[in-house]
Ligand binder design. Sequence first.
Ligand SMILES: [Zn+2]
Length: 56
Amino acid sequence: MATRKTTPKRTAKKCTTCDGAGEIRESVRVGTRKGRATADQQTAMCPSCWGSGEAD
Ligand SMILES: [Zn+2]
């Protein structure tokens, strides 16, 4: 009798960087030297999973 848990069909883990969303929100920075962050935010593709929302 096996006591192992039922294996889900999709085993991909949710990306922790974007929490599975596939994209992140980052502050818009202005200035080349100071890099001052503004109140504005922009959506960018998650650099960890490249939009898939899944982690390897
Ligand atoms: Zn991600």
